[in-house]
Design a protein around this ligand. Structure first.
Ligand code: SOE
Length: 373
């Protein structure tokens, strides 16, 4: 059985997922066969070029025209186009893989999760950092009880691409189009990683206290034009949050697009009663571990053949990179579609993350702790 894939979006995420689809048959011999059938976008000329480059045989300038022809719909568009096409696809029993955050608003995310409940098609959200081998290894250690009882989760996701006040306005600057800024774009990853790593032992995040800040309130549409029109920035440039897990574990979360010098610094540290671990995306083949009786963190390489996914790639020590997380993610998602087995992270997971993002925003507005409903 070959799965016909339709992908909406051909820029950064379109390239990352198209690369993963191309790599699958080379490195994952038991992966479903896939056909990069149709690439969807609005600009016909750019779309045709992208389709040639990314190996798609057809193009469509309206997503409505593509749904009849495909088994799986990848929604990699800006956040405000996540809901309608994804819901329409699920209503036609087409499986959907949607980029994060699930939607700009909690009500849209809930509608998407409802649509997913109403079909046997698979609805997955693309949280690719779950698929770093070191993260999966960390999860195993926590589930085995190697860290003991979890007391602290400390996660930060730092970038600096907006620190220049003349950096251009984009859909990511608009609350209507994006929902939120660093919170939804980067904080969603941290929250998902925390749930993935400690959710089974520490439970859900049930209370939050959040702080959001916008440092630059207007941005030029065209930074090369001194007289450029400017538009308001209606989302956060940075957020921080304290959270409480059901178990009593404490979490501190932070993300910024103004953390000068940090390009894509996605870090998480977990402290338990018997040990600690630390992961940084900048050293994604490694995990720092503090085990009972040791006097400091030790760095272990997660590149052995029995480490998650590693046997598909290179011999020990021949490190993998960011793009491999997408290959692993596509492998798991498409296997679920082919085998009709549940996939996580699902739209329900995406909706839970959205509920936490929403509570962090409400907490900032009300200047008080907020319960996650
Ligand atoms: C931009 O901030 C971005 O591309 C995010 O949208 C991605 O989810 C993250 O992985 C890298 O940074």
């Amino acid at each position: 059985m070959t799965l016909d894939i339709g992908v909406l979006g051909y820029r950064f995420m379109g390239e990352a997922h198209a690369n993963a689809l191309a790599r699958l048959p080379m490195f994952f011999s038991d992966a479903p066969e896939v056909n990069r059938h149709v690439l969807i976008g609005r600009d016909e000329h750019a779309l045709k070029n992208a389709a040639d480059q990314l190996g798609f045989t057809h193009t469509a300038t309206a997503w409505e025209d593509a749904l009849d022809e495909i088994d799986v719909f990848y929604n990699l568009g800006p956040n405000h186009v996540h809901a309608e096409p994804s819901i329409a696809a699920l209503e036609q029993d087409v499986s959907v893989f949607c980029e994060k955050p699930l939607a700009p608003t909690l009500s849209d995310a809930e509608r998407m999760a409802d649509a997913a409940r109403g079909t046997d098609a698979i609805a997955g959200i693309a949280f690719n950092y779950r698929y770093v081998p070191a993260i999966q290894y960390a999860r195993e250690l926590i589930a085995n009880g190697d860290l003991g009882e979890i007391n602290h989760v400390r996660a930060r996701y730092l970038q600096d691409w907006l620190v220049d006040p003349d950096a251009p306005w984009s859909w990511r600057s608009s609350k209507d189009l994006a929902g939120s800024g660093s919170l939804g774009d980067l904080g969603a990853h941290s929250i998902d990683l925390a749930r993935f790593l400690v959710g089974d032992v520490a439970g859900e995040i049930d209370r939050v206290s959040g702080h959001l800040q916008t440092f630059v309130e207007e941005r030029p549409v065209d930074p090369d034009d001194d007289d450029s029109e400017t538009r308001p920035v209606t989302v956060d440039d940075a957020y921080s949050a304290q959270v409480a897990f059901e178990s009593g574990a404490m979490g501190t979360f932070e993300a910024s697009r103004f953390a000068t010098g940090h390009k894509n610094d996605n870090t998480i540290e977990i402290n338990g009663s018997k040990g600690s671990l630390r992961f940084s995306l900048e050293r994604l083949n490694e995990l720092e571990l503090l085990e009972s009786g040791n006097r400091g963190f030790q760095t272990v390489m997660v590149t052995d053949p029995d480490d998650p996914y590693v046997d598909h790639w290179w011999p020990p020590g021949h490190v993998i990179g960011w793009e491999h997380t997408f290959v692993h993610e596509n492998y798991e998602f498409l296997t679920s579609v082919r085998d009709e087995t549940p996939y996580e992270p699902s739209f329900a997971d995406g909706c839970t993350v959205q509920r936490i993002l929403d509570a962090i925003e409400q907490s900032d507005e009300r200047a008080e702790w907020v319960s996650v409903e």
